[in-house]
Design a protein around this ligand. Structure first.
Ligand SMILES: NC(=O)c1ccc[n+]([C@@H]2O[C@H](COP(=O)([O-])OP(=O)(O)OC[C@H]3O[C@@H](n4cnc5c(N)ncnc54)[C@H](O)[C@@H]3O)[C@@H](O)[C@H]2O)c1
Ligand SMILES: CC(C)=CCC/C(C)=C/CC/C(C)=C/C=O
Length: 927
C-alpha cells in the first residue's frame, strides 16, 4: 500500500488495513504468539480491574464486586482455558474413515479466518467485547474491536463510524446488541459474503412449575432478573405459572427483593440504574395498562426504577410486545406446562428458556418441545458461565455461538482435509468405468462401511481379514495391492493398541458366515507391511505381526501424555510437550526455585515474590517483587501521598514543592497575635480584620468619635467615653429630626395642588367619629395636605373636626382653613385676600340623581390674625398642640350636622370628600 493511499483513508479503513497487514505477516498463526497475546490480555484485565469496575459504577451504578463477579472473572477463566487447550483445539482433528479412505489421512484442520470485527454492547461491555476477542485471538485471527459508544463515546464514535467500519471487508463479524441493528450488520456483511455471528436478545420465558421448591425458584429468578437492573440479555423476561401460584410467587419474589436490595433499593449499593433517560422513558411507557404488584417507584433524574413485579399480565399488554431489558417482571398465568409450551412456541425463539421444576421428565419434555438459544433448568443465567457450553441464540435471538472451544471453532475455518497417495489403483478401480455389478458391490462395502477406530476389537479385525483375504484371492496378486491391504489392516491393529472402549461386535457383513481360518490369519500376519505412520515419515517395515510392538515405540504414533494432562500427541513431540507445555509437568521457577505443575506455574508467573521487577510507579527502581510492596508504600519517590494540610494526593517528590504553596498550610500572624488555625489562604483576611493587635476605629465613628486604638483596647475606650458618645448621639438625633422635618415638608410640597383647589378624602369616617364620641374629653382635628392658592401663591391647609368643635362639638362636622408659612410669602399681598369656598361632596350616582353638594363661601376677614403674614416656624406649635393664635384657622364650626350628613350620600364607602376652592379672581381689596 503506498503511503499516500494510506493517508487518504478514513480512520476506520486505516484500522482494518493495519489489522489485515498484520494478519498477512502470518505472525498470528503461531500458537506461541497467540498464547502470549492471550496472556497479555489476561494481565491487562487483572491490572485494570479497579478502573474497569469504576467505569461500570459510573455507567450502571454497578457495585464494586459486581463487575469482577459477572464479567472479568469469566474472561480470566476463558483465557486460562484457551491457553491450556489451544494446542489441542488447533491440532488436526482426525475424523472417522470409511473403507474407501482407510489408508488416507482424513482430518479437519482449524485455520484462522483473517480479520474479525467485534461489535459490543453496553450492558456487559467487557464480557461481550473481550469474550469474542479471546476466541478470535485463540483462533489466530487479527481483530478490530468496536465497543458500545454508550461507554466510550469519544474514543470510538457512534453509528456513523460503525457504519463506515462495516463498509470494510472482514472475514468475520461478531456483533452483540439488538436485532434491528443485527439486520443492518448482516446486510453490510452480505456485500462481502462475510460470515456473521449475531448475539441478540429477546423475551426469555421462565416457567415455574407447580411441582417445585418455590422459595428457591423465586430466589434464583429474583437474582437473574434484577441483576444489572434487568439489563441482561438472558434475564428472565417474564414468568409463566398457574393462576393458583401467582400470589405465592409474588410474595416469595418480594421477600427476595428485600433480602437482596433492602427496603430501600435507592440506597443499596448492589442495585444499579438504567443506562440513560431514553431507556428510562421506554421502560416507564411499558408499564402502561399493567397492574403493579410490587415496586414501581422511579426517579427520572437518577435513572432509577425499583424492582417491579406486574401481576395478571395479558399476552397483548405493552410489556409483552418487546424485550423488556429492565427491572420489570410480568407474571402471566397459564393452565400448566402444555399451555406454557404452546405460549413459548407461538413466539419468536428466545435467547434463553428457564424451567423450574422437580420433575425431570417435564424438564426433558419442555426442552424437547421448544427451541431457544440456551436452556437452564432450576436456575437463571448460569449457563453463561459454563465454558464448555456454546453460548448464542437461535432464530430471532441470533446465530453462531462462543465460549471456550466454541468461540475458537466459530472464529476458525474448519477445513476438511483428505490426503491420498497416488497408489492403490486396484482398490480405486471399483469407481472407474466400465461399471459392473461386482464393482458396485465392493463400492457399497467400501463406501458405506465406516470404521469406528475407537471400538473395533479383535473379532472385527479377524472378520475383516477374512474379507480382505477374499479380495486378495480375487484381485491381481500384485505386491502393491498386498502392501496397501496390509497397511489398511495395520490401521485397525494399531488403533486397537489404544482402544479403551468395549468391543463393538456389530460388524456388518454379507450374509455369509464367518469361519476362523488360522492358516489364513498366520499368512496375513506374516505379510510385509510399512508402519501405519509411513506417510508421516516412519521408515519402519516388517511383518504385520510385529506392528503392535513397533507402535509401542513408534515416534509417529499418537500417545496420551503420561502426566494425564489429557493431551494426545505424536510420541516424538512428547519430550517437548512434557518439558514446555504440559499443564501437569513439574518445573522450577527460575526466581524462587519452587517446584510447580505447568498449570500452577502459569498462575505463579507474574506473582513470584523472588522475581526482579520494575517499580509500577515507574520510578525506575528494580527489585524483587517481595519488597515491591514496602518500596511502593514507603520508599518510592513516585508513590502517592496525601498532603497533610489540604488532603489532596501528590507524588512524593512533588509534595514538598506543593506544601510551599498549599493554601491550607499553617501560618503565623506577622503581628504575633498568637491566634491559632491561620492558614496561607486566610492570613491576609486575618491581618486586615481578625488580628487582635490591629489598630481599629471607635465603633461610634459614624457619630463623630475620632478615637483609634488596638482592637484589644476598644472595650476600655467604650467604658471611658460613655458621656462623649451619648452627646454625640443626641446631636445625631437632633440633626436627623430636622432633616426629617425638611423631608416631610418637601414631600408635602410635591404632593399638594397648586391651582387653588383641594380635594380631600377622609377615610374611615365612622370609626374616627365613633372614636371621638367615646372619648370623655378632647376632640379630633384632622389636617389636609398643604396646597397652594396658585403657582407661587399662598400655602394653605384645611382641617376638619368629624365630631365638631366649639358650637358644633358633638353634633356637627366643623371645617376650617389656615394659612401656613410659605416659600413665596415675601412676594405676596397681605392679609390673605381671596374668597374661600368649602364643599362637602354628595357622592350619589350623578346618572341617577343630581348631586346636592353642601357649599359655604366666605370672604376672609382682613383683621383675622391667621390671614396676616405668618411667622416662619409657626406650624410646629399647632401640630404640637399648643395653640398659637396666629395659627387659628377660619371656617365653620357647624358646617353640616351629623343628621344632615345621613340624608344623602355624603358618606359613602365610609369616606367623605371635602373640597376647598380659593377664588383668586375675586380678590378682596385691602382698604
Ligand atoms: N446475546 C448476547 O450475548 C447479548 C449480550 C448483550 C446484549 N444483548 C442484546 O443487546 C440489546 C441491548 O444492546 P443495544 O443494542 O441497546 O446496545 P448498543 O446500543 O450498545 O448497540 C450495540 C452495538 O451496535 C452498534 N450500533 C448501534 N446502532 C448501529 C447502527 N445503526 N449501525 C451499526 N452499528 C450500530 C453500537 O455502536 C454498539 O456497538 C438487547 O436486546 C440485549 O438482549 C445480547
Ligand atoms: C459468574 C456468575 C455467578 C454468573 C454469570 C451470569 C451473568 C451475569 C451472565 C450475564 C452474561 C451476559 C454477558 C449477558 C448479556 O447481556
Amino acid at each position: 500500500m503506498n503511503d499516500f493511499l494510506f493517508r487518504s483513508m478514513s480512520r476506520e479503513q486505516k484500522a482494518v488495513e493495519r489489522a489485515r497487514k498484520a494478519f498477512l505477516t502470518g505472525r498470528s498463526q503461531s500458537l506461541e504468539y497467540r498464547i502470549t497475546q492471550l496472556k497479555n490480555l489476561l494481565r491487562f484485565i487483572r491490572e485494570r480491574q479497579k478502573e474497569i469496575a469504576e467505569g461500570l459504577k459510573k455507567d450502571l451504578r454497578r457495585s464494586e464486586c459486581g463487575t469482577p463477579l459477572y464479567e472479568t472473572l469469566g474472561l480470566e477463566n476463558e483465557i486460562n482455558l484457551a491457553v491450556r487447550n489451544l494446542k489441542e483445539w488447533a491440532a488436526p482433528r482426525p475424523v472417522s474413515k470409511s473403507m474407501m479412505t482407510i489408508s488416507d489421512q482424513v482430518y479437519i484442520q482449524p485455520e484462522p479466518l483473517g480479520v474479525v470485527l467485534v461489535i459490543g454492547a453496553w450492558n456487559y461491555p467487557w464480557a461481550v467485547t473481550i469474550g469474542p476477542l479471546i476466541g478470535a485471538i485463540a483462533a489466530g485471527n487479527a481483530a478490530v474491536i468496536k465497543p458500545s459508544e454508550e461507554l466510550y463515546p469519544v474514543v470510538t464514535g457512534g453509528v456513523t463510524e460503525t457504519q463506515e467500519l462495516l463498509k470494510q471487508r472482514f472475514d468475520h463479524i461478531f456483533y452483540t446488541g439488538n436485532g434491528t441493528v443485527g439486520k443492518i450488520i448482516m446486510e453490510a456483511a452480505a456485500k462481502h459474503l462475510t460470515p456473521t455471528t449475531l448475539e441478540l436478545g429477546g423475551k426469555s420465558p421462565c416457567y415455574i412449575d407447580s411441582n417445585c421448591d418455590l422459595a428457591i425458584a423465586c430466589r434464583r429468578v429474583a437474582w437473574g432478573k434484577f441483576l444489572n437492573c434487568g439489563q441482561t440479555c438472558i434475564a428472565p423476561d417474564y414468568i409463566l405459572c398457574e393462576p393458583s401460584m401467582q400470589d405465592r410467587v409474588i410474595e416469595e419474589l418480594k421477600k427476595n427483593i428485600k433480602d437482596f436490595y433492602t427496603e430501600d433499593p435507592t440506597k443499596c449499593l448492589d442495585y444499579g440504574r438504567i443506562i440513560n433517560q431514553r431507556h428510562f422513558k421506554r421502560l416507564m411507557a411499558l408499564l402502561e395498562g399493567s397492574t403493579i404488584a410490587v415496586g414501581g417507584e422511579n426517579n427520572e433524574s437518577d435513572c432509577y426504577i425499583g424492582p417491579t413485579i406486574l401481576r395478571d399480565v395479558k399476552p397483548d399488554a405493552k410489556v409483552m410486545q418487546e424485550e423488556i431489558f429492565g427491572p420489570l417482571l410480568p407474571i402471566l398465568t397459564v393452565s400448566g406446562a402444555d399451555e406454557a409450551i404452546k405460549f413459548i412456541n407461538q413466539r419468536e425463539k428466545p435467547l434463553a428458556l428457564y424451567i423450574f421444576s422437580s420433575d425431570d421428565k417435564l424438564i426433558k419434555r419442555m426442552i424437547a418441545e421448544t427451541s431457544s438459544g440456551g436452556v437452564v433448568a432450576n436456575d437463571c443465567l448460569m449457563h453463561f458461565s459454563v465454558s464448555s457450553l456454546p453460548f448464542g441464540g437461535v432464530g430471532n435471538s441470533g446465530m453462531g455461538c462462543y465460549h471456550g472451544k466454541h468461540g475458537f471453532d466459530n472464529l476458525s475455518h474448519l477445513r476438511g482435509c483428505l490426503i491420498k497417495k497416488l497408489k492403490m489403483e486396484n482398490v480405486n478401480k471399483m469407481r472407474y468405468p466400465p461399471h459392473t455389478v461386482d464393482k458396485l458391490g465392493w463400492a457399497r462395502f467400501f463406501i458405506l462401511k465406516h470404521v469406528d477406530f475407537g471400538s473395533l476389537g479383535r473379532m472385527m479385525l479377524l472378520a475383516l481379514m477374512v474379507i480382505f483375504a477374499a479380495v486378495i484371492v480375487q484381485a491381481p496378486n500384485s505386491m502393491e495391492f498386498n502392501m496397501a491391504l496390509s497397511n489398511a489392516l495395520c490401521a485397525f491393529t494399531a488403533d486397537m493398541a489404544y482402544t479403551e472402549s468395549k468391543v463393538n461386535l456389530n460388524i456388518p457383513l454379507w450374509n455369509e458366515e464367518i469361519f476362523p481360518d488360522m492358516e489364513l490369519e498366520q499368512q496375513i500376519l506374516s505379510l510385509p507391511i510399512r508402519c501405519i505412520h509411513s506417510e508421516e515419515g516412519c521408515r519402519w517395515t516388517a511383518q504385520n505381526k510385529l506392528l503392535q510392538a513397533h507402535l509401542s515405540v513408534c515416534e509417529f504414533n499418537v500417545v496420551s501424555c503420561p502426566n494425564r494432562c489429557s493431551v494426545k500427541l505424536l510420541r516424538r513431540e512428547l519430550p517437548e510437550h512434557m518439558q514446555h507445555d504440559c499443564a501437569k509437568r513439574k518445573l522450577h521457577c527460575d526466581h524462587c526455585g519452587d517446584e510447580f505443575t505447568g498449570e500452577a506455574y502459569e498462575n505463579h508467573q507474574g506473582v513470584c515474590p523472588e522475581e526482579s521487577v520494575y517499580c509500577e510507579n515507574k520510578c525506575g527502581a528494580r527489585m524483587v517483587r517481595r519488597v515491591l510492596g514496602q518500596h511502593s508504600v514507603s520508599e518510592c519517590p513516585k508513590r502517592k501521598l496525601p498532603c497533610r494540610y489540604c488532603k489532596k494526593e501528590f507524588l512524593y517528590d512533588t509534595l514538598q514543592p506543593h506544601q510551599q504553596q498549599c493554601p491550607r498550610f499553617p501560618m503565623q500572624c506577622p503581628n504575633r497575635c498568637g491566634t491559632p488555625g491561620i492558614t496561607r489562604e486566610t492570613l491576609m483576611a486575618h491581618v486586615k480584620e481578625g488580628c487582635s493587635t490591629a489598630m481599629v476605629l471607635c465603633p461610634f465613628r459614624e457619630a463623630g468619635c475620632k478615637h483609634k486604638c488596638p482592637k484589644t483596647a476598644v472595650g476600655r475606650h467604650l467604658e471611658e467615653a460613655t458621656h462623649t458618645h451619648l452627646s454625640l448621639l443626641s446631636g445625631v438625633v437632633n440633626r436627623q429630626r430636622l432633616e426629617l422635618r425638611e423631608l416631610r415638608r418637601a414631600v408635602e410640597e410635591l404632593s399638594g395642588s397648586r391651582d387653588g383647589t383641594l380635594l380631600w378624602k377622609l377615610t374611615d369616617f365612622s370609626q374616627r367619629l365613633q372614636e371621638v364620641k367615646s372619648r370623655t374629653s378632647g376632640s379630633l382635628e384632622l389636617f389636609s395636605p398643604a396646597f397652594y392658592s396658585h403657582n407661587y401663591g399662598y400655602r394653605l391647609q384645611v382641617s376638619a373636626f368629624p365630631n365638631g368643635n366649639g358650637s358644633g362639638e358633638g353634633s356637627h362636622l366643623s371645617v376650617y382653613i389656615r394659612v401656613l408659612p410659605g416659600e413665596y410669602d415675601g412676594l405676596l399681598e397681605w392679609p390673605f385676600p381671596y374668597r374661600v369656598s368649602f364643599s362637602l361632596l354628595d357622592q350619589s350616582d350623578p346618572a341617577l340623581t343630581k348631586p346636592q353638594h353642601i357649599t359655604e363661601t366666605f370672604i376672609p376677614d382682613p383683621t383675622w390674625k391667621n390671614f396676616q403674614r405668618p411667622r416662619p416656624g409657626a406650624l410646629g406649635s399647632v401640630r404640637g398642640g399648643c395653640l398659637d393664635e396666629s395659627m387659628l384657622g377660619f371656617g365653620y364650626p357647624k358646617f353640616i350636622s351629623h343628621e344632615e350628613m345621613k340624608k344623602r350620600n355624603y358618606i359613602r364607602d365610609n369616606a367623605i370628600f371635602i373640597k376647598a376652592t380659593i377664588d383668586v379672581v375675586q380678590k378682596i381689596l385691602n382698604s
